[in-house]
Structures are given as structure tokens and as C-alpha cells.
Design a protein around this ligand. Structure first.
Ligand SMILES: [Fe+2]
Ligand SMILES: [Fe+2]
Length: 475
């Protein structure tokens, strides 16, 4: 285990104590962070004891400690995966050269922008989710919400560490700004669109952790390849925590689906709403909404920024090692552009398509999640059970706000539509006011240990080998 000194204010494995200037900068930032947490983090639960895991090392088996803690006392620490001796740059123009331990002057602005953009999503999601604690469908889910929230807080710490350590005064200013932007605030919003969308019911929360945290996974995978070694090592450790967030989303939506399956089976021919479950088509509309919004997070299909980041070695492809060729020079990427109202096949230099390459991996991973949900439906789809519904992923062109396809309208299969055709069918595809009102009407807290709300099935097992009726939050 890499040494962690718990006697310090900020647990870490980066020898903070050995850098007094940095330690002072972070200790000065910490009260501002706590002030942000107390005003913008989960409302009203800060004095409750919650069964949380805390990162205490980067050991594969045993990196986390589970125990009861009040959220403001959570030990938000700084952990980097251990350095790989002799690591070399894995892609781009500097392929094969030693990785950087400092920020090269010529890439300083680009790197800062990449780090700030990633960093900004972390507090944003905590802000988006701050009211959800009041309507959790069970103590198990309430605990998972808070687990995600404190870890997003730690991810902010991880990024602020990089800004404060390697970017001097600019970095310190960025660290302050990260505590000042606000999700959904018209004057001072968070940087990326999805992170300004309201997330005020639990179906949205599960879709968010499924689709939006999964964008986080792929951004982290791409940054984990970075030639800037401290960034790569930070992101690798963040991925360890991120896996839980997607678990919450995938199994959360899965349990909602399972409950609807059960109700359908028990009440053939009746509207599942009569039993307080959520209709399949409504769940699908929420999926369509969050999947499409999160698909935007990869940016434009063809992008000179993405080419620059790749050439310079700042941001690679997810799983770069799986590729045979790592410069991406003299290679091309075929895609369909949407130009002057028409889909047109095009071939662009591969480096300019790096956003799309990352989005490809994301779409594939989302598809696996859909298949997992359909396996739940299949369990209930024999003649006697009668669940015929199957979920699908909307086409990447559907409902986009960024990139080529933002200029048009597309159906769930990606076929172009006129504005009138879109208007005529949008209520089939995206959540309607009535959908949102129905979901909202179900949002009543269930706080008895082991009990679940009417619209969600229990999880197959509890957290860290505890029973499902464990008192995860001491209210
Ligand atoms: Fe995160
Ligand atoms: Fe996350």
C-alpha cells in the first residue's frame, strides 16, 4: 500500500506534507469547498450518519473502508494510481517518448481546459442531485445517492489537486471558479449542457448515473492515456469509483423495470400505474432523453480540438493499447455528416474524428446496458407472464444539441424528419409533462429499513455484504 498519512487534514498518497506550498493552497481551498458542500450539496442530511465507503489507498483489494460517517466529515482525499516505471507516451506525435511529470509550456492552456472541463462536471452533478435525498425509494438507494455524491466531491478534489499543483496562480483561480459556477444558473452555469439539466426525480437520477456517469467513464479512460502522467494516474483511480456510479444507474433502472414486469405479470391487462409502477414506454422516454443528452457530451463529430489534443498526447482513445497503430496519421474515419439538411457520407482524417471514436465506444457500452435491461424483460415474457416490451437505445443522431445532427430532426433510428413530423411524434419519444408529473407523484420517501417504494424492486443484495434491511442511513 502506498503510504497514506491519516493524521493530515487531507488524506493523500502524493506526499502533500513534502510540499508545504501546495499543502497550504489546498488547506486554504478546503474551507471554501466545505462551504460549497454545505450550501450546494445534499440538503438536510449533513448531520446524519451514513454507511459510506471511503478511499483509503489505491490497493486493488482493499482500497476502500466502509463505515458510518457524516458527509461533511467524509475524508475527501487525493489518490493517484502508482507511477508505472518507464511509462512512455502511448499515442500522437510524441508517441514513444517518456511521459511528462510537468506540464509542457506549449500545452498548458489546452491541458488546463481539459482538466477544468472534467472538474466542472463533478460538483455540477452533486448540485443537480441535491434534493433527491428527500424522496429516496429506500434507505439502500438513499445511501447509494450519498455515496455517489461524496465521490463526485472527491473527484473535484482530484482535479483541483492537479490545478493547484501544476498550474500556479491560474490553477488556483480555476479551483475557486469551480466552487462558484452553479448547475442550471442562467448567469453562471456549469460548462457542459447536460450538467445544467434538472435531475429532480429518481428515474432521472438512475438514468443520469447510467448515461451521464458513463460519459464520465469514457472521458476518464481517454484522459487516463494522457502523456501528462499525474493526470493519467489520477483518472485511473477515479475510474475505480466511477464503476459504482454506473452500477447504481444500470441496476437502478433495472429494478424499476423489474418492478413494472412484476406488476404486469400480477395484473394482466391492467395499467401498471394502478399499482404505482412506471410504464415501460415512459421509462423508454426517460432513457431517450438522458442517453441523447449525454451523447452530446463528446462534442462535434469533426473537431480540430480533438485532433490537437490527440496529436499533442493530451487525450487519447479509450483503451489506446487495443489499437495497433497509435499516431492515427494517414488514416481516415467514415461517417455521415448532416449538411444543408441532408445526410451525406464523408471521410475525414482520423485525428479529426476522435470525438466520434470515443462516442463509438460509449454507444457500444450503452447498448450492453440496454441488453441487460432486456434480459430482465425476457425473464417475464413467457406466455403466462406477458411482458413483450423491449428497450432500445436511441440512435446517436436522435435529439442532439451539439454537432452536425443538432441542425436537424431524427427519429429513434436516426432517419431524418421534418419539423412537422418531429412535432407530431415527439411525445412518443421524449418525456411529456404528464410523464414527469406522474413520476413526480411517485416520489415519496421510504425510510423503513428493507422497504421499497411501489415503483422499484429490491436489489438482489445489500452493500458490502450487509443485508438489504440494513440501516444504511441513521435518520
Ligand atoms: Fe466523477
Ligand atoms: Fe460519477
Amino acid at each position: 500500500m502506498t503510504g497514506i498519512d491519516y493524521s493530515q487534514k487531507i488524506p493523500n498518497n502524493v506526499d502533500l506534507a513534502g510540499d508545504k506550498r501546495l499543502q497550504r493552497a489546498l488547506e486554504a481551498w478546503q474551507p471554501n469547498y466545505l462551504e460549497w458542500w454545505n450550501s450546494m450539496g445534499p440538503t438536510d442530511f449533513n448531520q446524519k450518519e451514513i454507511y459510506l465507503r471511503t478511499a483509503i489507498s489505491v490497493d486493488k483489494d482493499g482500497w476502500a473502508h466502509y463505515g458510518f460517517v457524516k458527509m461533511p466529515d467524509y475524508r475527501w482525499g487525493i489518490f493517484l494510481n502508482p507511477a508505472e516505471p518507464g511509462r512512455t507516451i502511448g499515442f500522437g506525435d510524441n508517441y514513444g517518448q517518456p511521459v511528462w511529470q510537468q506540464v509542457p509550456g506549449e500545452y498548458r492552456n489546452w491541458l488546463r481546459r481539459l482538466i477544468v472541463t472534467q472538474a466542472d462536471t463533478e460538483p455540477a452533478s452533486v448540485e443537480q442531485q441535491r434534493l433527491l435525498g428527500h424522496t429516496a425509494p429506500s434507505l439502500y438507494d438513499l445511501r447509494n445517492l450519498f455515496q455517489v455524491n461524496v465521490e463526485e466531491g472527491r473527484h473535484l478534489w482530484a482535479m483541483v489537486y492537479l490545478l493547484q499543483t501544476y498550474f500556479g496562480r491560474d490553477g488556483r483561480e480555476e479551483a475557486e471558479e469551480l466552487l462558484q459556477r452553479r448547475s442550471g444558473n442562467a448567469d453562471h452555469p456549469r460548462i457542459l449542457g447536460t450538467f445544467n439539466e434538472p435531475c429532480q426525480d429518481w428515474l432521472s437520477f438512475f438514468c443520469f448515473t447510467m448515461f451521464t456517469d458513463r460519459d464520465g467513464k469514457f472521458q476518464l479512460l481517454a484522459l487516463a492515456e494522457s502523456a501528462f502522467d499525474p493526470l493519467a494516474r489520477t483518472c485511473r483511480f477515479m475510474l475505480t469509483e466511477e464503476a459504482h456510479h454506473m452500477f447504481v444507474g444500470q441496476t437502478g433502472v433495472g429494478r424499476v423495470i423489474e418492478r413494472t414486469c412484476q406488476v404486469t405479470q400480477e395484473n394482466p391487462g391492467r395499467d401498471v400505474k394502478s399499482e404505482g409502477a412506471i410504464p415501460f414506454d415512459l421509462i423508454q422516454r426517460y432513457i431517450n432523453y438522458w442517453a441523447s443528452s449525454s451523447t452530446d457530451l463528446y462534442g462535434a463529430e469533426v473537431s480540430s480540438n480533438s485532433a490537437n489534443f490527440f496529436s499533442a498526447g493530451l487525450k487519447g482513445r479509450a483503451y489506446e493499447r487495443r489499437y495497433e497503430e497509435h499516431t492515427a496519421l494517414d488514416q481516415t474515419y467514415a461517417l455521415e455528416r448532416f449538411l444543408d439538411g441532408k445526410l451525406v457520407p464523408d471521410v475525414v482524417p482520423l485525428r479529426n474524428a476522435m470525438n466520434e471514436v470515443l462516442r463509438d465506444e460509449y454507444v457500444k457500452d450503452n447498448q450492453k446496458g440496454i441488453e441487460y435491461w432486456n434480459r430482465i424483460c425476457e425473464k417475464y415474457s413467457s406466455e403466462t407472464h406477458g411482458v413483450e416490451f423491449r428497450f432500445r437505445l436511441p440512435h446517436r443522431r436522435f435529439n442532439r444539441r451539439i454537432g452536425d445532427y443538432a441542425a436537424g430532426r431524427f427519429d429513434l433510428d436516426g432517419a431524418p424528419l421534418t419539423e412537422a413530423q418531429w412535432e407530431a411524434r415527439v411525445a412518443e419519444w421524449l418525456p411529456t409533462d404528464a410523464d414527469r408529473a406522474y413520476v413526480k407523484s411517485l416520489m415519496k420517501p421510504v425510510t423503513e429499513p428493507g422497504k421499497m417504494a411501489s415503483w422499484i424492486a429490491p436489489p438482489p443484495k445489500g452493500v458490502n455484504d450487509t443485508p438489504i434491511d440494513y440501516e444504511y442511513v441513521r435518520l
